[in-house]
Design a protein around this ligand. Sequence first.
Ligand SMILES: [Mn+2]
Length: 317
Amino acid sequence: MSTLDDIYEEINIAESIVILTHEHPDGDAIGTALALANALKMHGKSADVIIPEYSRCFNNVPGIKDVLKEGKDEYELAIAVDLASLSQLGDCVKYFENAKKTICIDHHSSNNMMGDINFVDPFSPAAAQVLYGIFKAYNWEITEEIGADLMTGIITDTGGFQYQQVSKETFEIAAEMRELGVDIPQIYKDTLATHTITSFKLKRIAYDRLEFFEDGKITFTYIDKKDEEKVNAEIGDYEGIVNEGRNLEGVEVSIFLHQTEKGYKASLRSNSYVNVSEICGKFGGGGHVRAAGVTFTEGTPKQIKEQLVEEIKKYLK
Ligand SMILES: [Mn+2]
């Protein structure tokens, strides 16, 4: 039996299913989770999607109103999407650990293969694209709603089709979804082009703090709790700040730190040759070659900056 057959079988026999994804969920996490929930519903299977917090830019994603902050004590089957390691589940890790069977559907090259069954395609630009392939393999119909969920994942994880991993298939999926009636321009506008006023204010603080290192090849900036309080920031308002550094001419690696309950979460982006997944891996994190992250449980922004810059230097040409 193939992995996809195994997944099909587990979904069929499970009496209760929970769908999980990483903390601070991006559009791929949310879109993939909801596409799966909506598809399962069409096939007579109900699943709880548990996402404690998400940005309101995802308020139009089909199925988001059914998302739960908390679930039952135990589920027979847990399916994690867009998740590279268990530590990214935060408080939701209990649902994964208590489940009798676990499945991971993902596209991170650093995936820890923590499920009983893992379906991971590191060449896919989005977990949503991996899920699309699964739906096709099962011959499951993709409705306009499921299409909108999938496109939310694909548009956000590709930054609007701008990254190298975008393939012919990515555009073919987009074409198929457009044909179905999915409002791709609106999804783009909601998730990538619209910035809240508070996110603009946070960005202004981050801009002011931005520093350059190594002849302008590295940028660094950060946002802490005090900044967020000052501007009354909402969840997800710091999203995208890391790209501002990366988009500056001559920059190879952009570092952005964001303070969380656990310390500082570092996000790294690179433009053309530095493998930031490898760099984050050295500190216990991971992700993709051009986009990765790691949480530092101790250290000030200055100390974390020095450690990261020191490591990145080794990779610069
Ligand atoms: Mn993803």
